[in-house]
Each structure stands twice: as structure tokens, then as C-alpha cells.
Design a protein around this ligand. Structure first.
Ligand code: THU
Length: 134
């Protein structure tokens, strides 16, 4: 295990706050400038307020001024490894569909480009209407 981004995501997974689902997720982002950021899932007694690890990592990165990313690693105990949920795909798409995503599980790994996980993504370019606003 010599990929520092995987190691960071594993550390984050160990910090997951998941008393309701018991499903622990760690995520780590590598920014274009080489900085690394991580996040874990943070659950809540009001279940719907739970925050996914991927979005926690994005919030950590943006909070430090990093909005361009090369890679995301997601570590779970799922076999086969779990890809980011739909909401997280959309949040990640805000910062670029070329993002390389590596999902790591107990016995294997799988990788994708974000654009393959979220085809025809809704991105800011779509906000321009061909019709004048009312
Ligand atoms: N979860 C993540 O952190 N990332 C995902 O992409 C999918 C789900 C979390 C949310 C919740 O705390 C637990 O996993 C079970 O859904």
C-alpha cells in the first residue's frame, strides 16, 4: 500500500462516524497542486442529514482553496468496491468530469473517470438558456 492517497482515505475511513448504518467510508482527494484532502461519512440521528465521505472531502478541499482535482480515492468495506453515490457524483462534477476515481474494497479496486459514472452531467454550462429569462 504505497499510494499516499489510498493511505489517507483509509485513515479517514477509520474516523467515519457511522453509528446508524455501520457503513464506514473514507475519501481522499488529490488537488492539481499536489495537496491532499480527506473526509469521512458523518451520520446523524436525523438520518437524512448524514454527509457522505466524498462530499466531506470536497468541502475540506474547497475550504482550503483547492477546486481542481486529479484523483479521488474512496475506501469502503464493500466487495466489489463501492462507487460514489449519485449525489456525490453531481457534487464532484462541479469541479470536472475528468476526475479519476479509484474505489478500494477489502479484496480489490476499481477505477473510472467521473464522466463515465455521470454521463450527460448537469454542469454550469447548462445554466445558460436559449430563451430570455422571464
Ligand atoms: N456513504 C458515503 O459516505 N458515500 C457514498 O458514496 C455512499 C454512502 C455513506 C452515507 C451513509 O453514512 C452510509 O454511507 C450508508 O449509506
Amino acid at each position: 500500500m504505497d499510494d499516499p492517497l489510498v493511505a489517507l482515505a483509509r485513515e479517514a475511513q477509520a474516523k467515519a462516524y457511522a453509528p446508524y448504518s455501520g457503513y464506514r467510508v473514507g475519501a481522499a482527494l488529490e488537488a492539481d497542486d499536489g495537496r491532499l484532502f480527506s473526509g469521512c461519512n458523518v451520520e446523524n440521528a436525523s438520518y437524512g442529514l448524514s454527509i457522505c465521505a466524498e462530499r466531506a472531502a470536497v468541502a475540506a478541499a474547497v475550504s482550503q482553496g483547492a477546486t481542481r482535482y486529479r484523483r479521488l480515492v474512496v475506501v469502503t468495506d464493500s466487495d466489489p468496491p463501492a462507487s460514489p453515490c449519485g449525489a456525490c457524483r453531481q457534487v464532484l462534477a462541479e469541479f470536472g468530469l475528468d476526475l479519476e476515481i479509484l474505489a478500494v474494497g477489502p479484496t480489490g479496486e476499481h477505477s473510472w473517470r467521473l464522466g463515465a459514472l455521470l454521463p450527460d452531467a448537469f454542469v454550469s454550462e447548462r445554466l445558460t438558456s436559449r430563451r430570455p429569462a422571464n
